[in-house]
Every structure is written in structure tokens, then in C-alpha cells.
Design a protein around this ligand. Structure first.
Ligand code: AMP
Length: 502
């Protein structure tokens, strides 16, 4: 199923609002078709052909979403990049993905033009936080019709980079069918219709905001109120106009602190969902008491789209991620052998279905290592299924840190720290944080006679790492705790610093 043709067939009223901004600017579906056609023409004019990657690092605007749709229409593979990535990080992504076009914020244009020239990328266009730039300037004069480039179910629609456990990020390849089938399932499961208005406050370089939120709304012909970022005051102001909101747990902990969160303020809403990180049962219960809504928690990942969801009707149980979605097979398996474990036992979560990606971009060995022979994908999450069939996630196999909904792999940060002069070794852990879920925390052992300061370490890392990956605190120790096998005992460190952030 081609994603854009499915969106096209879902739209029956072209005059309906597609996107509205917080300031009230509005684009109809007719406008969406015309303007995405114009941008698709620009892409084609810059030499973008079927299967070419279009790398995009821009602020969230309606035009950003139009660019995503234009890339689909031009037959390209859309490659969104977190706006926090530094030029050093972008250099790796550009080198790995070999896009034929880069679209970036004007502030990064000079740096990316240098990378583009060195890496053989044909063109760099700009798009700023107001939705203006060389891309939209060129689109103004382009025709409002575009003959969409044919792409089939198995062709790639997007590549999203996940953090790498060994320092190297992996590009998860997603096909048209992966995205379309999952969004259609969510439309049905969460009962989305053309009457819905989704309050969209998630970033659109990540699977949650781009695919779960946007694709689901577009495939139901609904509307979106598009906020450039989450702001509790702005969300509360616009909530009476919306019917649904999708969020990460941090959204809900912040809304709970807002005096405006009442049952009356949420009376028009029919659905709040949460995902990308564990929602504390306490947050679920408090939110229900204040708003009258039981947050519907679901579980997915970049590689698999959405795997499970609490039910729309029926009990939404705090601390669980619900049932496997229709068409998704989920099993709890022995992490070593992949043998399914008896119901109730804890083990590795493995999934199979049309939602699951075909593999990592140009990493056939890594891809093979993460799939079982019978086609199940090894998620790296650890969980169990209870007697009622609800899936529980009990931990993360690889010590992944999730801070404010973003994944941070300790290894990448440790490698940067270990490279600093005077550092003997380091361990990066996530400590419970009231706002971010987990706070990235670095434990450093200095070389003898060296005296480093927390401020100096963070100051250097700021040049190298995206802001969300930066340690919030740096702690110095004489030695790291190790087990008899010589492995650093991160659990001991986590326990010792469990109260670091209050
Ligand atoms: P990402 O690829 O950035 O979407 O991150 C995927 C990872 O986020 C999963 O493998 C899980 O570890 C975690 N995750 C997503 N949703 C949930 C959830 N509802 N509860 C706990 N962890 C989650």
C-alpha cells in the first residue's frame, strides 16, 4: 500500500482543515495537495529520483509536514533528523545515508553545505522556523499538480536513525506498507474519524509525532492543531478545540502541575495516549482523577511502529502497555535462544507483523543478528504477559536511558567522556528524574593527580553532543563498582544515585 495514495483516498472533503497552528493559520486538505505538489516539483527539479534519500533537519512547522508528504510523492525516502544534532553528528548521518538533497534550518546552511560538498550531496535547501526558506520560495512558482512517482508496498518510505548501542547509529528502513498498515490499524483501534482534531505537540523527526500521530490523522481525514513544541499553557489553551492528544509521559507530568487541568477543560476530549517511555502508574491515576480521562498507554519503537495498545473500550491498566495490536504477533522469549517462554514468565519481547521494518540501512549483519530465523524481531525490551493478556515492560535489555521521551545509549556518551584528557573511565546511567523520567548521569574516574570539574566536562560535551544527550550531573568516584567478571555494575550505581534528582 502506497502511503500517499492511501492518504489521498482517505480525504473526502478537500475544504476540511488539515492543519491549524496555535496562532490560527490554517491549511485545508486541498491546500495540502497543492502545496505538497509544489514542493514535490522542487524536489524533482533538484534531481531527487525514486529511492533517493531526502535528509531533513528543520524546526517543526506545517511546511515541514508538507515536505514529508512531498518527499513521498516524489518517490523519495524521507530521512528526518533530530533538530538537536550537531554538525559533527550530522556528518555521520549524511555520510551513511548518502542523500541527494538536504533541507535544513538557515542557521546550519553553511556547515551543511560544506558537508554536502565533501559528501557529494547535490543540493542544500533551507526551511526556517516560520516555514520559509529557499525550499518554499522555489515552491511558490511551481505547478500545483504533480504526477506522483509510483512506489509499491515494499519500497522504502523513510529511514529513521535510532541511537547505536556501540556508538554507531542505525538507520531503520521503513516501507510504505510498514507505515500504512500500522496507521490503518491505529485508526481502527483508537477510533479515529474525520471528526477528530488532534492536538499535536510532539516533534516530527521521531516515529511518534511523524507516523503515529500524523499518519493516523491523515488516514482518517481528521485535522491537527500543530504546536512547534510542547508548552503546557498553550496545550491547555487549545485543549477545548481538540478531541485527542498523543504524548510522552513528560507531557502528562507537566500538565498535572498546571492549575487549568480540570474535567471541564478536558470535556471535549475523547482520547489521551502515551508512549515512547514508561508512564508511571502514579501519573495515570492522578491524571484520571484530575481530568476524568484514563490515559491509553501503548508500546512501540522506531523499528516496529506500534506493537501493543491498551484497549479503547475496556480496562486501560496503569503500568501495562496493553495487548498486541491486530496483525502483530508478540512473544516473550528466552533472550539467548528465542524459545517462547510460558505465559507469565519474564523474557525478551519479540514481534512479527506487517509493522516490522525490513532491516537497518546498509547493515545486513546487524539486521540478521536482530531477527530470529522465523522472522521475529528481537526488540531488546524485557517484559512479560499477565494472565489477562496485558503486556508489561519490565526493563530494557541494553541499559538504554529514556530522557524526556528520547533514547540515549550510555555507550555513546561514555565514548565521548573517555576521550577527554584526564579521564580514566566512565559509566553513564539514567537516574529517576521527576520531569524527564530519567536524567542522564555521568560517573567519572579521573587519572591519578587529575582534577576535573563538572562544569568543565559538560562544557566540552556541549560541543559534541545533542542537548538531550548531555549529562545533567557529573559525579566523580575513585573506582567504578565491578562484578567478579569485571563488568561495571550499573545497577549499583543507579541504586546509589536514585535520589539525585529528588
Ligand atoms: P523509539 O525507537 O525511540 O521509539 O524507542 C523505543 C523504545 O522506547 C522501546 O524499545 C521501549 O524500550 C521504549 N518504549 C516505548 N513505549 C514504551 C512504553 N509505553 N513503556 C515503556 N517503554 C516504552
Amino acid at each position: 500500500m502506497n502511503l500517499f495514495s492511501q492518504i489521498r483516498s482517505a480525504i473526502s472533503s478537500p475544504d476540511k482543515t488539515f492543519i491549524e497552528t496555535g496562532a490560527g493559520a490554517r491549511i485545508t486538505y486541498a491546500g495540502m495537495f497543492a502545496r505538497s505538489a509544489q514542493i514535490a516539483s522542487v524536489l524533482a527539479g533538484r534531481g531527487v529520483k525514486a529511492g533517493d534519500r531526502v535528509a531533513v533537519q528543520v524546526e517543526k512547522t506545517p511546511e515541514n509536514l508538507l515536505l514529508y508528504l512531498a518527499a513521498l510523492r516524489a518517490g523519495a525516502v524521507y530521512l528526518p533528523l533530530n533538530t538537536a544534532y550537531t554538525l559533527a553528528e550530522l556528518d555521520y548521518f549524511i555520510g551513511d545515508a548518502e542523500p541527494s538533497l538536504i533541507v535544513c534550518d538557515p542557521a546550519k546552511q553553511a556547515g551543511l553545505a560544506e558537508i554536502a560538498a565533501r559528501r557529494g550531496v547535490r543540493a542544500v535547501e533551507t526551511l526556517d522556523a516560520a516555514g520559509k526558506g529557499s525550499l518554499t520560495d522555489a515552491a511558490l512558482n511551481a505547478p500545483q499538480d504533480f504526477s506522483d512517482v509510483a512506489r509499491g508496498s515494499g519500497d522504502l518510505a523513510a529511514i529513521l536513525y535510532t541511537s547505536g548501542t556501540t556508538g554507531r547509529s542505525k538507520g531503520a528502513m521503513l516501507t510504505h506498507d510498514n507505515l500504512t498498515s500500522n496507521a490503518k490499524t491505529l485508526v481502527d483501534y483508537w477510533r479515529f474519524t474525520g471528526k477528530d482534531v488532534l492536538l499535536h505537540a510532539l516533534p516530527v523527526y521521531h516515529t511518534h509525532g511523524l507516523f503515529v500521530a500524523s499518519n493516523t490523522v491523515m488516514l482518517s481525514g481528521g485535522s491537527m492543531i500543530f504546536l512547534s513544541k510542547f508548552d503546557a499553557d498553550e496545550v491547555m489553551r487549545l485543549l477545548p478545540k481538540a478531541t485527542a492528544m498523543m504524548g510522552v509521559p513528560t507531557f502528562y507530568t507537566r500538565l498535572l502541575k498546571h492549575p487549568g487541568l480540570t474535567k471541564a477543560a478536558c470535556a471535549h476530549m475523547r482520547l489521551f495516549t502515551s508512549g515512547s517511555a514508561p508512564l508511571l502508574a502514579e501519573t495515570h491515576i492522578e491524571f484520571k482523577a484530575k481530568s476524568g480521562h484514563a490515559i491509553l498507554e501503548r508500546y512501540g519503537m522506531t523499528e516496529t511502529n506500534m506493537n501493543t495498545s491498551n484497549p479503547y473500550d475496556g480496562d486501560r491498566i496503569a503500568g501495562t502497555v496493553g495487548f498486541p495490536l491486530p496483525g502483530v504477533e508478540l512473544r516473550i522469549a528466552d533472550p539467548e535462544t528465542g524459545r517462547p517462554l510460558p505465559q507469565g514468565e519474564t523474557g525478551g519481547i519479540e514481534v512479527k507483523g506487517p509493522n516490522v521494518f525490513p532491516g537497518y540501512w546498509r547493515m545486513p549483519d546487524k539486521t540478521r543478528a536482530e531477527f530470529r530465523d522465523d522472522g521475529f524481531f528481537i526488540t531488546g525490551d524485557v517484559g512479560k504477559i499477565d494472565e489477562r493478556g496485558y503486556v508489561h515492560i519490565v526493563g530494557r535489555a541494553k541499559d538504554l536511558i529514556i530522557t524526556g521521551g528520547f533514547n540515549v545509549y550510555p555507550k555513546e556518551i561514555e565514548s565521548e567522556i573517555d576521550a577527554l584528557p584526564g579521564v580514566a573511565e566512565s559509566a553513564v546511567i539514567g537516574c529517576p528524574h521527576p520531569d524527564f523520567g530519567e536524567g542522564v548521569t555521568a560517573i567519572i574516574v579521573c587519572k591519578p593527580g587529575v582534577d576535573l570539574s563538572e562544569k568543565a566536562v559538560i562544557g566540552v560535551l556541549e560541543q559534541r553532543l545533542a542537548k538531550f544527550k548531555l549529562p545533567k550531573r557529573v559525579i566523580f568516584m575513585d573506582d567504578l563498582p565491578r562484578n567478579t567478571m569485571g563488568k561495571v555494575q550499573k545497577n549499583v550505581l543507579r541504586d546509589a544515585h536514585a535520589k539525585l534528582y529528588g
